[in-house]
Structure formats: C-alpha cells, structure tokens
Design a protein around this ligand. Structure first.
Ligand code: HEM
Length: 497
C-alpha cells in the first residue's frame, strides 16, 4: 500500500475508534440519566389525547396508572408529563424529594395572566420568599389564632341571618356560601368585608366562579394542552381570560388605593404588609417584593381562598342531604358539646370527633382539586429508578390518594367512619391529601379547615337541611371534573331547628 493510502486507512480507523468512544460515552451518560417512566406511545402533536377523557382528566390519568404503574409518562398534547397516581408515589416525590419537585408546572389559563408572577403560579425560586412572607402575614392577621376565629364567627352570623331570611324556601346555596367564605379571605387581603349586596363584590365572585368552572370543563382541559393555538381562536377560554383580567384590574385598583393610605408600621392587611416589605427592600434589585407580585399574589390568595372552600361547603351540604343519618349525628354532637346557648368555637373540635370526621370525609369525597396544581422538577431527579429530567412537569393525582382502597375501606362511598376508630375517636389517615404535600402544598390549609368546621357547625346549630326533591333523585356525582371537581346544582331548604 502506498503511503497516502496507509495514512487514509489509519485516519479511517482513528475516526471509527473516536466514534466508538463517543457512542460508549453517550451510552454511559444516557444510562446514568436513566429512562423516563414508561407510558403510552404519543402521537405527534396530539400526544396521548386519544387515550384521555377530557370530561374527567384526573380519572383517566388514574386509569392509565393501572396499565403503566403508579409513576408513568403521558403526553398532554405537546406537554410531556410524569404522573404520580398512588399515595406512595406522591409521597416519595413531593415529600421525600420535596426540593426536587418544588417548581410549578403549566396551568395554561392562569399562566396567560400571571406569566410566572404571584406566589402560586411561579417558579420555586420566586415562590420561596413570597410563600414565607404570605404564611407569616396570614399568622399576623390571626390565622391559626383567635383573630381569624372571631372573623369567621362574625361572618357565620351574617350567613346564618341571610339563611334565616330564606324562611325554609328551597334555594341554591352557592351564592350564600360563596359570599361568606370570600368575605373571610377579603378581610385578610383587604382588611374589610363586603356587604352581601355590593355590586362590585358580586361581580368579583361571578368572575372567580366562571374561571373555576371553565377550568373544570372539557374545553378547559383541551386548552391546557393546546393553549398556544387556541389563544388565536375564539371560544370560552377567551371569556375566562377576560374574567381573569377583570380580577387583575380590581386588584390593581385595590393596591393603588392602599399605596395612597399606607401608614408605616401599621399594616391593616396582607396588601399593606406586602407594600411595607417592598419599601424595606427598595434598594435590593433582586427583591421579589415588587408591585406586580403584590397585585398577583393578593389575587392568588383571594381567588384560592374563595372558590375552594365554598365549593367544599356546597358539596358538603349536598352530601348531608343525601345522608340524613349523618346530619342527625352531627346535630346530636353539636347539641351535646355546644348546645344552643352559645356559638361554636374552634376549641370545640377536640371534643367533636364525629364532626371532625365528617369534615374530613366531605373533603375526601368531594376531592375538590383532583390533580393538584402541576409541579415541575427543579433538577435532574431519580424516582423509583426512573429519570425525571430537570424541567419535566409532574402531576400528582390527589384523587388516587383520597380514593385509595389501601387506605380507605370503601373509597367510593361517603362514610365518616373512614376517619373514626372503633371507639368513635377521630383517626388520622396519611392518604388524606386534599391540600397536596411538600414544598408547594396549600398554605391556606389551616384557614380552610377552620372555616369548614366553623361554618358547618354554625349552620347546623341553627338549621336542619332538607331537600325539595326526593332523596333517591339526588345525585352526589360531580357535574364537572377538570382542574376542579364541582358538585351538581341543587336546591336546599334551611329549616330553623
Ligand atoms: C378546601 C380548601 C382548599 C383546598 C382543597 C386547597 C387545595 C390546594 C391544592 C391542592 C394546592 C396545590 C398545592 C401543590 O401544588 O402541591 C393549593 C395551593 C394553594 N392554595 Fe389552597 N386549597 C384550599 C384553600 C385555600 C385557602 C383558604 C387559601 C388562602 C390562603 C389557599 C391558598 C393557596 C395558595 C396561595 C396556593 C399556592 C401555593 C404555592 O404555589 O406555593 N388555599 N391549594
């Protein structure tokens, strides 16, 4: 062989060797990263749309788990998402590797407005200071203390009064519950409650209810997959977005008003405290205490604190109509432990295991946020041997914990016994996760649980709940399930006891 020929052959061998080494290195790296959890094969663009039920996304994600295991990968249109669908998987990810799953994933309709700002729909780095601040400010304004209890009881008195005015007529309970619940969080966020007839208040409530409803429709779930293209088209998503903009405009006005009347050292509410913190951190260019975060965090807390609790109460009263024997036992416990001479107090809960169990069972059965809020991996992570690369979205199907047959004997039945032991004492259940878990769990949990107990006992101390339709015609199945699970519309008579 001539010299140039030899050189060419040597070069070819060297190239081959180099390619081989490269392939080996890449292979090792890929093995190091590991495989994503298994899952159904996606179609281009559509992802796994054809295997999913837009009318009940949580349930269809849960069903796929039966085929692929409690940790699997699914494609919601173009979005690749890792799904966790049993208590163990949720715990292993959100609690045991809390930092790794603390980023927020996509919530398309909200993201269009919030764009990564505000404490709820933002990345973990931004959420950290905002959450810390919100939690300590909620405490400053009485959450977890006597202060908020007084506020809830005052609001419950207004509620009971308007319910008494219905004189046992059959009414839709939604507007009554919505106004009372929203006024509690209004006091925290704005330092004042609204009159029940206030036109602006009614418009805010309407906007929140409509957005919440939209996210629970099939259209809302479709939007979660294809928001990019759907933003260019007309449809109910445009109306929902307009409502969100209306809510933002209201909050902008509120913040502006408060800026004008702010008194240093004397915050009246959450917005004031935020604005004072902004003053404090004025010189820090990295501070998250900006005007934009003030408006959008206040909106997060106001919205989250209204719809969730009022939907739970509305579901709860429907369940009591369908289970009069449960209502009778609640009445008996209220009469025995509180009586009729004084109003309920949070302290009473310790002596009222049955009521406590009913409130838990309402939350378990109602399953108001079935898929939680989408998370995202903050770093390359391993989960049961699978790889979850940084940035991967993660959905924890909370229903799969709340309705887990390993943890609840009759998961599809409304039975307060799920939270009682043989002696009738309250029994905790680790799979009770309506508020989710980990670093981004719901920080309104304490407030929500206080409201549910006090509103329910105040209503039942004064009224019996009757259904204008025969019990066998009452359905307790949700009417819409998407982001939220909403009970069917119904009417109820509040009959004085
Ligand atoms: C029955 C009532 C409620 C339920 C079922 C509920 C449920 C949830 C769930 C499942 C999450 C997602 C948590 C996660 O990603 O792991 C959440 C987040 C949140 N909740 Fe609640 N919630 C309720 C009441 C409240 C109340 C009263 C407030 C008011 C303070 C509130 C404020 C928030 C906020 C601000 C977040 C976002 C937290 C973050 O991103 O770090 N929630 N809630």
């Amino acid at each position: 062989m001539e010299l140039p020929g030899l050189a060419a052959a040597a070069l070819a061998v060297a190239c081959l060797l180099l390619l081989l080494l490269l392939a080996l290195a890449l292979g090792r790296r890929a093995r190091g990263r590991g495989r994503l959890p298994p899952g159904p094969r996606p179609l281009p663009l559509l992802g796994n749309l054809l295997q999913l039920d837009l009318a009940n996304m949580g349930k269809s994600l849960w069903k796929l788990g039966a085929e692929y295991g409690p940790i699997y990968t699914v494609h919601l249109g173009p979005r690749r998402v890792v799904v966790l669908c049993d208590y163990g998987a949720i715990r292993e990810a959100l609690v045991e590797q809390a930092e790794s799953f603390a980023d927020r994933g996509e919530e398309a309709i909200y993201d269009r407005l919030f764009q990564g700002y505000g404490c709820a729909f933002c990345p973990w780095e931004r959420a950290k200071p905002l959450r810390r601040f919100a939690i300590s400010t909620l405490r400053d304004f009485g959450v977890g203390k006597r202060g908020i209890e007084e506020r809830i009881l005052e609001e419950a008195r207004f509620l009971v009064e308007v319910l008494a005015d219905t004189r046992g007529r059959a009414v839709d309970p939604a507007p009554y519950l919505n106004r009372a619940v929203s006024n509690v969080i209004s006091s925290v966020v704005f330092g004042s409650r609204f009159d029940y007839g206030d036109a602006e208040f009614l418009s805010l409530l309407h906007m929140m209810t409509e957005v919440f409803r939209f996210t629970s429709t099939s259209w809302g779930q479709l939007y979660e997959m294809f928001s990019g293209i759907m933003n260019l088209l007309p449809g109910p998503h445009q109306a929902a977005f307009k409502h969100l903009q209306g809510l933002e405009a209201f909050m902008e006005r509120k913040v502006r008003e408060k800026e004008k009347t702010l008194v240093p050292g004397a915050p009246r509410d959450l917005i004031d405290s935020f604005l004072l913190k902004r003053e404090q951190e004025k010189g820090d260019p990295g501070s998250e205490f900006t005007r934009r975060n003030a408006v959008l965090s206040a909106l997060n807390v106001f919205f989250a604190g209204t719809e969730t609790v009022s939907t739970t109460l509305r579901y709860g009263l429907l369940l009591l109509l369908a289970h009069p024997q449960v209502e009778a036992r609640l009445h008996a416990e209220i009469d025995r432990e509180i009586g009729r001479q004084r109003g309920p107090r949070l302290d009473d809960r310790r002596r009222m295991p049955y009521t406590d169990a009913v409130v838990h069972e309402i939350q378990r059965f109602a399953d108001v946020i079935p898929m939680g809020l989408t998370r995202r991996a903050t770093r390359d992570t391993r989960l049961r041997g699978y790889a979850v690369p940084k940035g991967t979205e993660v959905i924890a199907v909370l229903s799969s914990a709340l309705k887990d047959p390993q943890h609840f004997a009759r998961p599809d039945v409304f039975d307060p016994g799920h939270f009682l032991d043989e002696s009738g004492s309250f029994r905790k259940n680790e799979a009770f996760l309506p508020f989710s878990a980990g670093k981004r769990n719901c920080f309104g949990e304490m407030l929500a649980r206080t409201e549910l107990f006090l509103f329910l006992t105040c209503i039942l101390q004064r009224f019996s709940c009757h259904s204008p339709v025969a019990r066998e015609h009452l359905s307790v199945a949700p009417a819409l399930v998407g982001f939220s699970s909403l009970p069917p519309a119904y009417r109820i008579c509040f009959v004085p006891r």
